[in-house]
Write a protein that binds this ligand. Structure first.
Ligand code: RIB
Ligand code: CA
Length: 312
């Protein structure tokens, strides 16, 4: 059983990552020790509420969820309701109730991280939002991070991916402080993992009576429309779910150890991530940059896992 700590900014693809991790937890493949959240797709209180609610709709109310840092290390917070919806879960808003706001404990996210790390020596940390919490806390072994665009067009600026752009100083610091290489799932790999209305129906069928299933059409419809408006087609790139599969080695992938740095000061190049492929810098490797992933295996893994958990 792999102990897992997730740090996310729930948002729509983070939500699908939570659905997958919840299924793996039920199957005993992982122990989801807890979830902390960052600001990114929406503000940090909302990402925590969204995470809490998604896990409840996956019948996993007992997983600790704690809000992390509220703003990036140095730059003002920018969120993206145009991508994930006003509250971060597409078109659904009915779950936003005053009672829900009281359910997020005021506990310290750092205490959650310290306890998880001290309790589980082989803990896997998966970061699917800006690296603000990771940079603030300090290096964590066996970290996997979704972020960056390496010799690949950015989704936020011509050269920057969203998580790295939201908090470029945190991304820079996370790699600078890393004591063992961070496994990195960047846009060039994660944009290959997409779902469309047909494959979403298969996911919903695999979820059976799990409560979250009834909400996925309206959560994903917002994301389908966003990607269509971007010229990607009526589909959704599920970056964070693929990142979790790779973090947990549930699908075949290849990776390459190298040194990464991030531009944090330039306005034009803010959040640009650079991989020193040829070793020009002569610095120790701080990353394991995923090069390829078996996308067909990822689709099969998702349906297999959801179906198995639904039919326990
Ligand atoms: O660029 C994609 C990343 O930014 C994903 O983690 C998505 O959830 C957003 O946070
Ligand atoms: Ca995310």
């Amino acid at each position: 059983m792999i102990p897992v700590l997730l740090d996310c900014d729930t948002g729509i693809d983070d939500a699908l990552a939570l659905v997958y991790l919840a299924a793996l937890h039920k199957l005993g493949t992982i122990k989801l020790v807890g979830v902390s959240t960052t600001a990114g797709n929406v503000d940090v209180a909302q990402t925590a509420l969204n995470t809490q609610w998604v896990l409840e709709q996956c019948d996993l109310k007992e997983i600790p969820v704690v809000a992390g840092q509220a703003v990036p290390l140095e730059v003002p917070l920018v969120t993206t309701p145009e991508t994930h919806g006003q509250h971060g879960l597409g078109y659904i808003t009915g779950y936003i109730t005053p009672e829900l706001h009281t359910q997020i404990p005021a506990a310290s996210w750092q205490e959650l991280w310290h306890e998880a790390i001290n309790t589980y020596p082989d803990l896997r940390l998966i970061v699917t939002g800006p690296a603000t919490n990771l940079a603030t806390f300090g290096p964590v072994s066996r970290t996997t991070l979704m972020g960056g665009a390496y010799l690949y067009p950015g989704n936020t600026t011509p050269t920057a991916e969203w998580n790295s752009w939201v908090d470029p100083h945190a991304a820079k610091q996370a790699f600078a402080q890393a004591t063992d290489p961070i496994k990195v799932c960047s846009l060039g790999v994660t944009e290959q993992f997409t779902i469309n209305p047909t494959s979403l129906n298969a996911v919903i069928a695999a979820l059976g009576r799990t409560p979250i299933a009834q909400y996925l059409p309206e959560i994903l419809r917002f994301y389908f429309e966003f990607h269509e408006a971007q010229g990607e087609g009526y589909l959704a790139q599920i970056h964070d779910l693929l990142t979790c599969m790779i973090a947990l080695e549930q699908i075949p992938f290849t990776a390459r150890e190298l040194t990464i740095d991030v531009e944090a000061e330039s306005e034009l190049l803010r959040g640009t991530t650079i991989a020193d492929i040829r070793g020009h810098w002569g610095r120790p490797a701080n990353a394991n940059l995923v090069q390829t992933a078996d996308i067909a295996a990822a689709h099969a893994e998702l349906l297999r896992t959801l179906h198995a958990a639904t039919n326990l």
